[in-house]
Design a protein around this ligand. Structure first.
Ligand code: ADP
Length: 759
């Protein structure tokens, strides 16, 4: 119980909490503590949904539905394992409360009590009200914390090695980071207040363009050697944050290094003044059989076996490249043969490419593979020379443009571009690729051999260099873009299908409900028919003659058959609507074989002179299943086998296969033709058996659909192997680790069960 005084105290305490400047997590846990004290609850746990390393299934249910989940009588039977665990730990009632703000669940609180019925209506209401009040406050704190962390992130980004400015709309620098000061070799006082136009080659329209998200190329005023890409983002209406990425040497280095990360045969070192290794690409471990950390800081000169030769080589370097094989001492007597290519780089001193000789042959095979890849690639690939004349193309390119290779080779690639504008920019893009190594995501409408064949393409260009780093040409990769209309058509078709599926699902659900209700209604009259016929038959309602008694017996037998049929129909309808909850428990198949229903079938077999066996392989332990349902499966399968087997044997074989248990029920009966096998598991399907006498063997055609539903509820699979005249083997599997159901399914199941109880 909670009285008004306690409620008032709770609300006061919450407001008191709010006035303290607590962090969201702290505020939440204090609130939890408050609840614990006021309601006398045994255990309270609080969780911020976003920060927590994941919520449990029951909590996830609360997060998704934003409704309190109260279980006032915990037991062994909850759908959530965690609640069963709480019960085992001695708790009798549990409440999981969502804290909701801005239609989002931001935290959950879990309350456990050793008392039964702890969270009765009164308490639940009080919990709801107080959590609503505290919710808005926590949400506010979370937002504040987020903006603080964004600000911190911005500061960190701003202080990175990338040169950055904050400027106002006129282009005046408000703030510059350290890298920018280094770039201009200047101090903050000199830069702030200047206009970016004085510092970079920027034209007047650029700032407006930047505001719109444009990226442009620029240089420092008076210095043509360093190029930058400039981009911006808006901080506020008045302030722009602009970033300069250097596209010259450094950028090339980095790009190259990035590629090298994946290289299996070359790694890159940056050498300081005394050939000390100041940087190494990440793949160096692969190439040099040495940890990256182990070589950083060491001098390359000290590592090579023939030091003089390397000194002489570097001495003659100039602006060229010095390439030589060398033997490197990696320490502890480990020697490795490599090929070194050393060249000067303005920024760091020397760069050194280390190639592993032993890996070179595999490199050659990689090259051959590359040729193969180009040939087979789904993208159209064209090699052009420095001036853009076609040298080679792959099959896909031939198909895309409708030309044979020899028709295009020697001609300008521009002939494949449909507009004058695209033809004109072709050379420009080659220039870009030359400078940057590669450009991608270009768009152009191409034209093929057929007149009016317009092919919109996404294009990537990569420059090709020879061993000395001289440009030899470009690889052009064309990927055809689906036209907008085609895309729209595809999407429309998709939508249509979805609607159809929805409609079918709805219809099938309606049918199931209908059958379910009708069958349910039939049960009562039949019970009456049978009841009164039995009274008649026994003579309770007065004597009847033998002939009459015979007819009444038929009524009784037929009512029994009808009842059996209705029970089966109800069962299939129930099973396929998910109204049934499995009672899963660990079961030993050996014990299952001793079940009276199965023993009874064994006796029927013995009576017919058919051998019956039940074998469980030794490594099948206990398996989680609903034993009553699985027995139902066995009764159906063995029952069918008995019906259709006159000689020979029926054997049940149970064994482990992969991550499942597989059960096979094999008979030597009349078998099933191929065509029938496919339809066997459909509801009401029966194989036409001209050879069998009717009535007794008729069945309902529902047995196997029931089997199918039960096996699928266990997440297993079901099938049949059979040959007409030679017997059949029906098999099913039960996975050893069944997938857990998601909270949504559990919720649906609970709703269904409620409806069921109400019915
Ligand atoms: P029913 O209740 O009519 O037996 P089932 O769904 O159990 O319905 O079986 C469908 C059909 O599959 C049956 O009509 C029967 O002809 C065929 N069938 C099932 N099991 C066997 C078997 N072991 N051997 C031959 N035919 C079988």
């Amino acid at each position: 119980m909670i009285d008004n005084a306690a409620m008032t105290k709770l609300i006061f305490d919450i407001f008191d909490l709010e006035s303290k400047r607590l962090e969201s997590a702290e505020l939440l846990s204090r609130f939890g503590e408050e609840l614990r004290l006021i309601f006398g609850i045994d255990k309270v746990e609080t969780k911020l949904v976003e920060k927590a390393g994941g919520v449990s299934p029951a909590e996830e249910y609360v997060v998704n539905t934003m409704k309190q989940m109260i279980d006032n009588r915990l037991s062994d039977y909850s759908s959530f394992k965690e609640l069963v665990d709480s019960f085992k730990a001695g708790y009798k009632s549990c409440a999981i409360i969502p804290i909701v703000a801005n239609s989002r669940c931001i935290c959950v609180i879990r309350l456990l009590s050793k008392q039964e019925e702890k969270f009765e209506k009164n308490v639940a209401n009080a919990l709801q009200i107080s959590s609503m009040i505290v919710g808005s406050q926590i949400s506010l704190r979370i937002e504040q914390e987020k903006s603080i962390s964004v600000a911190k992130y911005f500061d960190a980004a701003f202080n990175s090695i990338v040169p950055q400015f904050l400027i106002d709309t006129s282009g005046t620098v408000i703030k510059a980071n350290k890298s920018m000061l280094v770039l201009f070799n200047s101090n903050a006082r000199d830069l702030i207040g200047k206009n970016v136009k004085e510092l970079f080659a920027i034209d007047a329209n650029l700032i407006a363009g930047l505001r719109k998200g444009m990226v442009a190329e620029t240089m420092i005023v008076g210095r043509k050697d360093r190029k930058f890409n400039i981009s911006s983002s808006e901080v506020s209406e008045k302030i722009l944050h602009i970033t300069f990425y250097e596209t010259t040497e450094l950028r090339e280095m980095e790009e190259r290094a990035k590629l090298l990360k994946y290289s299996n045969y070359e790694s890159l070192l940056m050498l300081g003044p005394k050939t000390n290794i100041i940087w190494a690409s990440d793949n160096v471990d692969k190439i040099m059989r040495s940890q990256k950390n182990g070589i950083l800081g060491r001098q390359l000169l000290d590592m090579v076996v023939d030091k003089e030769r390397l000194i002489a080589g570097i001495g003659k370097l100039g602006s060229g490249v010095y390439t030589d094989s060398a033997r490197i001492n990696l320490g502890n007597g480990v020697l490795q043969d490599v090929r070194l290519s050393i060249f000067a780089n303005e920024m760091y001193g020397l760069s050194c490419i280390v190639a592993n000789n032993a890996l070179e042959s595999s490199f050659r095979s990689i090259e051959r593979n590359f040729e193969e890849i180009v040939r087979l690639s789904g993208d159209a690939i064209i090699f052009v020379d420095q001036l853009g004349y076609v040298q080679r193309l792959n099959k896909t390119a031939e198909n895309l443009f409708g030309y044979r290779e020899q028709e295009l080779v020697g001609g300008p690639a521009t002939m494949l571009y449909s507009t004058k504008a695209d033809q004109d920019s072709f050379a420009h893009y080659l220039g870009m690729a030359k400078q940057e190594g590669m450009v991608g995501s270009l768009f152009a409408v191409m034209k093929g051999r057929k007149p009016d064949s317009f092919i919109p393409c996404d294009i990537g260009i990569r420059s090709m260099l020879d061993q000395d780093g001289k440009l030899v040409g470009y690889v052009m990769v064309y990927r055809e873009l689906l036209t907008k209309r085609e895309l729209e058509e595809a999407q429309e078709a998709l939508g249509e299908n979805e609607r159809l599926i929805e409609k079918l699902e709805e219809e099938s659900e309606l049918k199931t409900t209908f059958i379910y209700n009708i069958s349910h209604d039939l049960k009562t009259p039949i019970t009456n028919i049978k009841g009164f016929s039995t009274l008649l038959h026994n003579g309770t309602l007065g004597e009847i003659n033998e002939e009459q008694r015979g007819y009444v017996k038929i009524i009784i037998d037929e009512s029994d058959r009808l009842m059996e049929l209705i029970k089966q129909i109800l069962d299939v309808a129930k099973l396929s609507s998910g109204k049934i909850k499995l009672d899963l428990q660990p079961v030993d198949f050996r014990k299952l074989g001793e079940n009276p229903s199965i023993k009874a079938l064994e006796e029927v077999a013995a009576g017919k002179g058919v051998l019956f066996s039940w074998t469980v392989e030794y490594d099948v332990g206990e398996v989680s299943m609903d034993p009553n349902r699985i027995i139902q499966v066995f009764i159906n399968l063995i029952g069918n086998a008995l019906k259709f087997t006159e000689h020979g044997s029926i054997s049940v074989h149970i064994f482990k296969k992969g991550k499942s248990i597989r059960v096979e029920v094999k008979d030597t009966g009349i078998g099933i033709g191929r065509e029938d096998q496919r339809k066997l598991f459909r509801k009401f399907y029966q194989v036409n058996r001209k050879e069998l006498t009717v009535q007794k063997d008729a069945g309902t055609g529902l047995g196997l659909s029931i089997v199918k539903e039960i096996v699928s509820l266990h997440n297993g699979r079901l099938g049949v192997n059979s040959e007409a005249g030679k017997g059949s083997t029906f098999w099913f599997t039960i996975p050893l680790n069944p997938k857990k159901k998601r909270p949504k399914e559990i919720k649906e199941q609970q709703v269904e069960e409620k409806k069921d109880q109400a019915a």
